[in-house]
Design a protein around this ligand. Structure first.
Ligand code: PLP
Length: 346
């Protein structure tokens, strides 16, 4: 039985072209700034995101942590959406290693935070309060189901944060999914933010790596924090080479993942007992609820034994993420297997 793996877009394997580029990559010691392949990738990333400079990191988690460390001082407070990846899935590193208070603002179902509520959450200057110095946004929003923030929304909330003296970091792990869905350049989505990071290792199919982008001055300081965290790597052009192909060749095809997500959502909507709103699926992440006769973890376990893999994001929800390793025919097969299982239940 063929396994159809819809757990995440991180399962994507490097392409032939990536493996060839990795083999042939020109290398040097990146801690000395001498890996020309890394330098080329950092320059490409900065240009794509419309920032002055970029820093290659081993993961999105390290990019976000380096951003927080560079923007803040211990004892300060950062604002995040209540469903933020930084809050839920990064082991509390911002608090543990950055010494900052993480204060949440409720995320709406589209991954936004309300500007008025954000404004009220910023601490007034008062001796007893930690100083609020950073707002973190997320685009696309992972836990809210791959939802996109528009350039208009991003500008409005970033302007308000800046007005109150905060800096703004955008966790753009999947920013190219947002750019493709909105048909705008990623640089337009990143423009209002002081820093932005994105992942090469998700749907862009590179094996490893993320980039943090910002001003020359910011990236200069970020480079030092990366070194402290152990992220100063040597001949790392060997993986950066795949990242260059990811940026050049793998962005436009994200539209295929989005079409497959829509196809999956429409199919699920036709299976009795499955609860889903296909019109709310904006990119490659599909959230749905199984028949009420079972819990989401039970459904996921049953489907895994039938060769369709999902993940559990909490509550009644089941999560599927389309990706390059799963074609439209595989989506049809996954739908068949779900339908068969649900019908067996009666
Ligand atoms: C995946 C992800 C990250 C972290 O990326 P890793 O490379 O897995 O550490 C950060 N933010 C968001 C929104 C993500 O989806």
């Amino acid at each position: 039985m063929k396994i159809i793996d819809l757990r995440s877009d991180t399962i994507t394997l490097p392409t032939e072209e990536m493996r060839k580029a990795m083999y042939e990559a020109e290398l040097g010691d990146d801690v000395f700034g001498e890996d020309t392949t890394v330098n080329r990738l950092e320059q490409m990333a900065a240009e794509r995101l419309g920032k002055e400079a970029a820093l290659f990191t081993p993961s999105g988690t390290m990019s976000n942590l380096v951003a927080v460390l560079t923007h803040t001082h211990p004892g300060e407070e950062i604002l995040l959406g209540s469903e933020a990846h930084i809050l839920w899935h990064e082991v509390g590193g911002a608090s543990t290693l950055g010494g900052v208070v993480m204060r949440t603002i409720p995320n709406d179902q589209d991954g936004r935070v309300d500007p008025g509520v954000m404004e009220q959450t910023i601490r007034p200057k008062q001796m007893q309060y930690p100083q609020t110095t950073l707002l973190c946004l997320e685009n696309t929003h992972n836990r809210c189901g791959g939802t996109v923030l528009t350039p208009e929304y991003t500008s409005a909330i970033a302007d308000l944060a800046h007005h109150h003296g905060l800096r703004v970091h955008l966790d753009g792990a999947r920013i190219f999914n947002a750019a493709i869905a909105l048909n705008v350049p990623a640089s337009e989505l990143a423009k209002p933010a002081d820093s932005v990071c994105f992942c090469l290792s998700k749907s862009l199919s590179a094996p490893v790596g993320s980039l943090l982008c910002g001003t020359q001055e910011f990236i200069g300081r970020a480079r030092k924090w990366r070194k402290m965290l152990g992220g100063g790597m040597r001949q790392v052009g060997v993986i950066a080479a795949a990242g260059i192909i990811a940026l050049q060749e793998m962005v436009n095809r994200l539209a295929d993942d989005h079409a497959n997500a829509q196809h999956l959502a429409q199919g699920l909507a036709h299976i009795p007992g499955i609860a889903i709103h296909p019109e709310k699926i904006q990119t490659d992440i599909v959230m749905f609820e199984p028949p009420t006769t079972m819990s989401a973890p039970e459904f996921i376990e049953q489907m895994a034994s039938r060769g369709v893999k999902f993940t559990y994001p909490g509550g009644r929800r089941v999560r599927a993420v389309t990706n390059r390793m799963v074609g439209t025919a595989d989506i049809d097969e996954a739908l068949n297997r779900v339908e068969l299982f649900v019908r067996e239940l009666g």
